[in-house]
Unconditional design. Structure first.
Length: 68
């Protein structure tokens, strides 16, 4: 369990790079929950399993970078 916790430390910068036009409502709600408001907007989140799950769901709409 400690291994997962160590791997989950740090921050992630999430940027929306694709439009939500024509996307399912579930994807729209996930983008909103991540805090992204419009195209090319960015937010920084802690690297947690919950955030990783949201990122995985909409990875085709966003770009993710590690932040130190």
């Amino acid at each position: 369990m400690a291994k997962n916790k160590a791997a989950a430390s740090g921050k992630l910068k999430v940027t929306q790079v694709r439009s939500l036009s024509g996307r399912p409502d579930k994807h729209r709600r996930t983008i909103e929950a991540l805090g992204l408001k419009r195209l090319q907007s960015s937010v920084v989140h802690d690297d947690t399993p919950a955030i990783r799950g949201m990122i995985k769901q909409v990875i085709h709409l966003i770009s993710v970078q590690n932040v130190d």
